[in-house]
Design a protein around this ligand. Sequence first.
Ligand code: MN
Length: 262
Amino acid sequence: MSRILVSNDDGIAAEGLAALARALEAVGEVWVVAPEREQSAASHSLTLHKPLRVYEAGPRRFAVSGTPTDCVNMAVHELMPGPPEVVVSGINRGANLGDDVTYSGTVSAAMEGTLLGIPSVAVSQLFWEPADFTAAADFAAALVGGLLEGARGGRRLPEDTLLNVNVPDLPADRIAGVRWTVQGKRRFTKEQVIEKVDPRGRKYYWVGGSELEWVGNPDSDHTAVTAGCISVTPVHLDLTNHKALETLAGWNMEWHGRRYSR
Ligand code: MN
């Protein structure tokens, strides 16, 4: 039976994690290794300057006093009897679309899995109150089942590539479809940082409180979820802008007589 590692950034007690783990039980042997506390927007950070503690929360269930990246490392190198066949992160409470993937702890757990050479998937659901993760969990189980079956036939995810899944806040029968998408782009506005004054008369700031505007790319993750579709974006960990290399070489820059070359 395939071993599946489940992690997240909302913490071990999150409902989205429980829903995901439950749905994946039908697909393989589920191991849960998740942060003991919420680590949303932890990005790809690693704990280097303090010890990590592990708490056993049940059979094949562990809480770690660190980040999502720490959890995947601890699971693969320490807690599991061998590397999992797939890493699944989520289900995050809230979307991870466009540029937000660079802040996301949910996506970073999948990044760490990918760096370790394990096929990895991040699953997020748009905000929904009260949260119902049924459709997202069902989709995740079907997708992961498909990946595992594909791998048995030699069909693997492209190298250095994770799948970033975003599910609209709709019941399954109202989800319009599933789209392969590109990472969307936000327009940053000044209201991103809100200035207020505390009871002692000192200024403080609140980041990311305003409504987001999106660049209207028809192929984007944001466009897909807005149309009621599940978005699946292949995210590549090679951050090099390969097209830019040619342009930059044409700038003929130099340092102490040495031309920048390729
Ligand atoms: Mn989160």
